[in-house]
Design a protein around this ligand. Structure first.
Ligand code: C2E
Ligand code: MG
Ligand code: MG
Length: 581
């Protein structure tokens, strides 16, 4: 930038500061002192538009040598000094004219400049009674930056620096407005599966690192014009526009999922996480942002409900199903407080002794309007919304208390959800329930499914061992339905295997089921485990399972589950568990 020109004036008074202050003829020293100390640049013009006074701060702001800003120079000359050019630029010329007009009209006028080095200057031009005017110049760069930062913070997520819900909405509006005719806009809700468990077990720092890494991967899956946002927690949302057909969205969803699935190395932890994705497409699933978001959310719910690790497109009846689910959820939250749960007990028969050896506690929800609700309807939901811990604790306590009055040989079996193994207080809950009921630990059986063995194996095994060391028995429930890995049987010395009723239902007609039942009783026998055939409904099935080596049976043939009061009576009428049938 060329050196600003010095404009010589007749009677140019000596050195800078003094000169300028001296230019305020007729004002006292105090006034000059005040003006020189102001943090703003101040310039006073007379009625002819000539500088009467300029403080040193003014020269500082524009990087001018103070001795060049002298009284008597015109507004236009001042602009030339500032631009470092001998001619007045058209913009400056226009501004000068505008300012003079405003002053003549007694109008206050504000002007914002950006200097060559990128600073923001805010000027206020105020007409004076003398016919001249006063200009204050304030360097507002920091203020601007702070405002920009605040605006960024208001529209971005602090952890990942992705747009947040507020700015996402604007970007979706934009995409919907400018999307080309005939093309699709996809909105995808992405939710990490079991993120809470990772956060709880590995700690929040690792959880945060994971979210940042996921954000990075999502960005890398998308085009420049697409949007990736985080709504909070482990909930990400993306917009992709100008798509030709729904299968383009499906491809993108698979790519996103694959990318999230790649393992993460976070501070010495090897983490693998899957994602569920809900997709809504405009215009079919909605033409405004609110509707699309709602429908993508419903689709996500559906994806999660169907076992996670997948993507679902929105479908019209999801709304209705969702409302029904919400209703059920609300009722379920109130059920424990309202005392709507009760336990029914189904006897298990020792096939060799022909006695009742155990009763399985089966949860029932006596709903004031819905009637008796079975666990198949609500246990999954209770697990999803985090209620299963409290319900499960109630089940353990109640089962122990009710069984403590039964004949001494009869044990009680309680179903425990995988979620209850994630919280580290299961052993404590069981210990408590046993102590307060006075039930001997050997009379309590905990039934777990293979799903329990899939998660956090080390921790789970430790909990199982602790329960075992209390004297509590451990049963593998529904064996044969899930992953049916025989390796679980080697990992932990189960006391009992319950063969799922699906196999028993096929007896006697299906050779494969017979083979499976025989194989399981064979393995169990060699591990000294008991085997229970579930869902025995006919005499024929009873005879077959007995001949195949099952040690126990359970099913409607002998008795369905009965309320607590009834089972107590039933047990005593069966003479303390002797002579079952
Ligand atoms: P499960 O542990 O395998 O329980 C056996 C299920 O089979 C029970 O269903 C029982 O009523 C049913 N059943 C018994 N005999 C027969 C039969 O001869 N024929 C047929 N068709 N069914 C029979 P229920 O009570 O509906 O329970 C379903 C599942 O819900 C249970 O399967 C268990 O996994 C779960 N559950 C029950 N109570 C609880 C609980 O307190 N906590 C948890 N986490 N889950 C529970
Ligand atoms: Mg069970
Ligand atoms: Mg079962």
């Amino acid at each position: 930038m060329p050196e600003p020109q010095r404009i010589k004036r007749a009677g140019d008074p000596g050195p800078a500061g003094v000169m300028q202050a001296a230019a305020l003829d007729g004002h006292d020293d105090l006034m000059k002192d005040v003006l020189e100390r102001l943090p703003q640049g101040v310039v006073m013009f007379d009625a002819n538009g000539k500088v009467q006074f300029a403080n040193r701060r003014y020269s500082e702001i524009y990087g001018l040598p103070p001795e060049h800003v002298v009284p008597g120079i015109t507004l236009e000359e001042l602009f030339r000094l500032r631009s470092g050019s001998a001619t007045l630029e058209p913009k400056a010329d226009h501004l000068c004219r505008r300012l003079r007009e405003a002053v003549a009209a007694g109008e206050v006028i504000t002007v914002n400049f950006t200097t060559d080095d990128g600073r923001n200057i805010h000027c206020i031009n105020t007409p004076l009674q003398s016919g001249g005017w006063l200009v204050t110049h304030e360097d507002v760069t920091q203020q601007h930056q702070a405002e920009k930062q605040i605006a960024h913070m208001a529209s971005h997520d602090a952890l990942t620096d992705l747009p947040n819900r507020n700015s996402f909405k604007d970007q979706l509006d934009h995409a919907l407005r400018f999307n080309a005719e005939g093309k699709l806009v996809a909105v995808m809700f992405i939710d990490l599966d079991n993120f809470k468990a990772i956060n709880d077990t590995l700690g929040h720092q690792i959880g945060d690192e994971l979210l940042k890494a996921v954000a990075e991967r999502l960005r890398s899956c998308m085009c420049e014009t697409d949007t990736v946002a985080r709504f909070g927690g482990d909930e990400f949302v993306v917009i992709s526009w100008a798509l030709d057909k729904p299968s383009d969205a499906a491809l993108l969803a698979s790519r996103i999922r694959d990318s999230i699935l790649e393992p993460y190395d976070l501070r010495d932890h090897h983490v693998v996480v899957d994602a569920s994705i809900g997709i809504a497409l405009s215009p079919n699933d909605g033409t405004d942002a609110g509707q699309l978001l709602k429908n993508a959310d419903l689709a996500l719910y559906s994806a999660k409900g169907s076992g996670r690790g997948t993507y679902h497109f929105f479908e019209n009846d999801m709304d209705v199903r969702m409302m029904a689910r919400r209703d059920l959820e609300l009722d379920l939250r109130a059920a424990l407080v309202n005392g709507e749960f009760e336990l029914h007990y189904q006897p298990l028969i020792d096939l060799e002794k022909d006695t009742i050896s155990c009763c399985e506690a089966l949860l029932r929800w006596k709903h004031p309007r819905r009637g008796m609700v079975l666990p198949g309807t609500f246990v999954g939901l209770a697990e999803e919304i985090g209620l299963i811990d409290r319900i499960g604790e109630w089940v353990i306590r109640t089962a122990c208390a009710e069984a403590s009055s039964w004949p001494g040989e009869v044990t009680v079996a309680v179903n425990v959800s995988p979620i209850q193994f994630r919280n580290n207080n299961l052993v404590q809950i069981v210990t408590h329930a046993l102590a307060s009921s006075g039930l001997a630990p050997e009379r309590l059986e905990i039934e777990i499914t293979e799903a329990v063995m899939l998660e956090r194996t080390e921790e789970t095994l430790s909990v199982l061992k602790q329960l075992h060391s209390l004297g509590v028995r451990i049963t593998m429930d529904d064996f044969g339905t899930g992953y049916s890995s025989l390796s679980y049987l080697q990992k932990f010395p189960f006391d009992k295997i319950k063969i799922d009723q699906a196999f028993i239902a096929n007896l006697p007609n299906e050779g494969e089921s017979i083979a499976i039942v025989r194989a399981v009783t064979g393995i169990a026998g060699s591990f000294r485990m008991k085997t229970t055939a579930e869902g025995v409904e006919t005499e024929r099935q009873r005879a077959i399972v007995a001949s195949l080596g099952c040690t126990e049976m359970q099913g409607n043939l002998f008795s369905a589950a009965r309320p607590a009061a009834e089972i107590a009576e039933f047990l005593s009428s069966h003479k303390s568990g002797r002579q079952a049938a």
